[in-house]
Design a protein. Structure first.
Length: 112
């Protein structure tokens, strides 16, 4: 009998090419080097530097999702994208609300 287990179950998943991984790697290095240089050699106000670092972090997350995890808007990836967005919303809510609670408690404790 032939082997009943097949490794063809991942045909729908789009695996990246060397070119795709190289583009993702180069973008990741650039998106890391620029904020690193801004922090190591401060030439802008701290608030502007913080905003630039946060913006580059968000862009880098998107680059990683697209070029390394191959998440896109195709039908095959729709469930993965929905699960990722749901997890991101839950994390943002947990972290954001926890920070809000901690700052509120700190404010009320210092007022007394």
């Amino acid at each position: 009998m032939a082997n009943a287990h097949s490794h063809d179950s991942h045909d729908d998943a789009g695996h990246g090419s060397v070119k795709s991984y190289a583009i993702g790697f180069i973008l990741s290095v650039i998106l890391t080097a620029i904020p690193f240089a801004l922090v190591m050699y401060p030439s802008l106000p701290k608030s502007i530097t913080l905003m630039i670092v946060l913006a580059f972090a968000v862009i880098q997350v998107v680059v990683h999702l697209v070029y390394f995890l191959h998440l896109d808007r195709s039908a095959a990836q729709r469930n993965n994208v929905i699960a990722f967005v749901f997890a991101a919303i839950v994390i943002v809510l947990l972290v954001g609300l926890s920070l809000w609670i901690m700052f509120s408690i700190h404010t009320y404790m210092m007022a007394k």
